[in-house]
Design a protein around this ligand. Structure first.
Ligand SMILES: Cc1cc2nc3c(=O)[nH]c(=O)nc-3n(C[C@H](O)[C@H](O)[C@H](O)COP(=O)(O)OP(=O)(O)OC[C@H]3O[C@@H](n4cnc5c(N)ncnc54)[C@H](O)[C@@H]3O)c2cc1C
Length: 285
């Protein structure tokens, strides 16, 4: 590990520093390291590397094509998806092959460990569990970062892939809770640190369905939707899917459900409008 000390601070020096071990950060870190750059991936929780924030699904329209493009460029997302897929479907088959769209449901826990194994076996790559707190800049040139523990990591290139964590805010109905995603803290000071240097920060809205307890589901009233058993997968390089494939289950809404949705619509719009106002306040600060 490239390390040197000054009187009071522990310092590290790399070619490339990647902040955030999500999907984007893992690809960025492995790409840099595989090209021979001494690379450090700093992330808040090493046990949640490549965590699937929402549905444990990869692909679908547009994202499925991107995953295959990443695969063609030598990235890992397709390989990790195939290795952990528990259901695969090619969407849009009723249309022409140009718009066919691969989508896999994955085992969320295995997805994390598959990524972690790849990172652990990548030469030139160190993983550091900490939180970037301050961007170090001199004469408008990025030098590195300081972490919340006061450690300084210098690099010729700094890649920020902080996902939904910068000033992250979660909305459930009328309630708002600060957080990067459920059970993980938002990152505050770092956002101010990067915006101070003229990098604009915006928040995108995302949404996730509630998690349900399978013991409370009436499977007898639902329709099984098996996965496809033909050869399709994400990566053109790796072995076939290896985990046992499981069905999904579908059901339809009815008038009663529509009424519940209608009665909550105003609250949903209220929370979105509040979120927009808050974004403007942050932008003005
Ligand atoms: C509630 C929710 C629902 C979603 N639903 C979907 C969906 O249905 N389909 C879909 O395709 N996508 C969905 N997404 C988006 C999904 O999160 C992204 O596609 C994907 O996770 C983005 O990857 P990423 O690497 O950019 O960021 P993330 O996966 O968010 O990873 C960011 C990483 O950066 C780390 N980090 C952040 N700040 C710092 C710091 N200062 N120092 C060190 N580490 C830091 C975090 O710990 C985390 O590991 C959803 C996201 C959320 C939050």
């Amino acid at each position: 590990m490239p390390l040197y000390f000054c009187k009071r601070t522990m310092k590290f020096k790399y070619d490339v520093l990647v902040i955030g071990g999500g999907h984007a950060g893992c690809e960025a870190a492995t790409a840099a390291a595989n090209m021979g750059a001494r690379t450090c991936l700093i992330t808040m929780d090493m046990n949640k590397i490549g965590q699937m924030s929402c549905n444990p699904a990869v692909g679908g329209i547009a994202k499925g094509q991107i995953v295959r493009e990443i695969d063609a460029l030598g990235g890992y997302m397709g390989l990790v998806t195939d290795a952990t897929a528990i259901q695969f479907r090619m969407l849009n088959r009723s249309k022409g092959p140009a718009v066919w769209s691969p989508r896999a449901q994955c085992d969320r826990g295995k997805f994390i460990w598959e990524w972690r194994t790849i990172l652990d076996h990548t030469d030139n790559l160190d993983i550091f569990q900490d939180q970037a707190d301050e961007l170090l800049v001199k004469d408008r040139k990025v030098l590195g970062i300081r972490t919340i523990w006061g450690i300084e990591i210098y690099a010729r290139t700094v890649v920020i892939t902080a996902g939904t964590f910068l000033n992250g805010l979660m909305h459930i109905g009328k309630r708002k809770v600060e957080g990067g995603r459920c059970a993980e803290p938002a990152v505050h000071h770092f956002t101010e640190s990067i915006t101070r240097h003229g990098i604009t920060s915006e928040r995108m809205k995302t949404g996730t369905p509630v998690r349900i307890d399978r013991r409370s589901v009436h499977f007898e009233d639902m329709e099984p939707q098996p996965g496809e058993t033909d050869y399709h997968q994400f990566s053109f390089f790796g072995p076939q899917r290896k985990l046992p494939q499981l069905p999904c289950w579908t059901c339809n809404t009815n008038e009663e459900v529509h009424e519940v949705l209608r009665s909550g619509l105003a609250d949903s719009l209220y929370s979105m409008v509040r979120s927009k106002v808050q974004d403007h306040v942050i932008a003005l600060q």
